[in-house]
Design a protein around this ligand. Structure first.
Ligand code: NAD
Ligand code: TYD
Length: 340
């Protein structure tokens, strides 16, 4: 049985990845290490917390002593690092925590891999490390060879971590892989990001704040397709390689917002154009040819299907997001683990 460390597994993508592995890979045991920041929600893992194949550890990836203790105890076959500060707007407001978690936290994990050994360290990165593309050159895409060229403190911290991961591979022979994915959407997405925020505001008939002219383009990938890609990279990806992940689902923000309003039968009068984000990246677009060619990965869920599934999930899981909105989710850890 494989023993896998998943950091940041109480967050959006890490949580979906744990659900994905528990469902699709019977032969693995998972240790989830998560600091339960504002973005970490144990209720996301509630359906699997009782499963003996999952161990939850409340801890910070920047806490070297705690990380070393865990590695010494568990002897991980693989480490998948999702733990990060992930919201661009917050990084503009308070960059420090992004540098600490995203860069120094990555370094602690890499050091632990070197000291205690592991079969694979996988860094979950982002297409934002490539900067942005112009809106009037639709033929351009990010490949793995595109130079790193970041715009926000968030993307700069993720790019720094990527450089460190590659440097550890070259210098110490750490068995690493990196994936750079486009924008994800789907269940358990924290409602500060575009899609869940717009769904919930529309449901509650509050204004939908669209930055700038709403013409910025993101390349949307249903989260389960991202999870599948990471599992393939862990199993078959070549050590020392970067894999871009994306499914050619480019949409302008305003189109996404209109689609959500239409699906929920709400008026476009709810749209409120607001002041633009400083340094706002115009367009992201991934060329996923390498992961398709080498690992046979293709996305299974197109945007129209995925957005409807996502809206249905929010309609059917009111208590999850109501607890997020009210702050009650932060009491869940105490309830589950307070007496253990
Ligand atoms: P998220 O903000 O929803 O979750 C992050 C998780 O990490 C939370 O559970 C949080 O508690 C935990 N965490 C934060 N700091 C920690 C620390 N110091 N120690 C331990 N745990 C800590 O983020 P997400 O959207 O799920 O993103 C996961 C990863 O995927 C990130 O590395 C992000 O850069 C990357 N990524 C995200 C997207 C996207 O569209 N959301 C796209 C590409 C890549
Ligand atoms: P976001 O979900 O924050 O992801 P990222 O900035 O990492 O791509 O934002 C997606 C796009 O939506 C981005 O162009 C900014 C825009 N946006 C809005 O227009 N309004 C909002 O309230 C938010 C959160 C984002």
């Amino acid at each position: 049985m494989k023993n896998i460390l998943v950091t940041g597994g109480a967050g959006f993508i890490g949580g979906n990845f744990i659900h994905y592995l528990m469902k699709n890979r019977q032969d693995c045991r998972i240790v989830c290490l998560d600091a339960l920041t504002y973005a970490g929600n144990l209720e996301t893992l509630a359906p699997v917390l009782g499963d003996s194949r999952l161990r939850f550890v409340h801890g910070d990836i920047t806490d070297r002593e705690a990380v070393y203790r865990l590695f010494e105890e568990e002897h991980f076959d693989a480490v998948v690092n999702f733990a990060a500060e992930s919201h661009v707007d917050r990084s503009i407001d308070t960059p420090e925590i992004f540098l600490k978690t995203n860069i120094l936290g990555t370094q602690v994990l890499l050091d632990a891999c070197n000291k205690f050994g592991t079969g694979r360290y996988h860094q979950v990165s982002t297409d934002e490390v490539y900067g942005d593309l112009p809106l009037d050159r639709p033929e351009l895409f990010f490949t793995e060879e595109t130079p790193l060229h970041t715009s926000s403190p968030y993307s700069a911290s993720k790019a720094s971590a990527d450089l460190l991961v590659m440097a550890y591979h070259r210098t110490y022979g750490t068995p690493v892989t990196i994936s750079r994915c486009s924008n994800n959407y789907g269940p358990y997405h924290f409602p500060e990001k575009l899609i869940p925020l717009m769904i919930l505001n529309a449901l509650e008939e509050r204004p939908l704040p669209v930055y700038g002219d709403g013409k910025n383009v993101r390349d949307w990938l249903y989260v389960e397709d991202h999870c599948h890609a990471i599992a393939l990279i862990l199993e078959k990806g070549r050590v020392g390689e970067v894999y871009n992940i994306g499914g050619h689902n480019e949409r302008q923000n305003i189109e996404v917002v209109r689609t959500i309003l239409k699906a929920l039968g709400k008026s476009e009068d709810l749209i409120a154009f607001v002041k633009d984000r400083p340094g706002h990246d115009r367009r992201y677009a991934i060329d996923p040819a390498k992961i398709h060619r080498e690992l046979g990965w293709l996305p299974q869920t197109g945007f129209d299907e995925g957005i409807q599934k996502t809206i249905d999930w929010y309609l059917n899981n009111r208590s999850w997001w109501e607890h997020v909105r009210s702050g009650d989710y932060q009491k869940y850890y105490q309830k589950m683990y307070g007496n253990r």
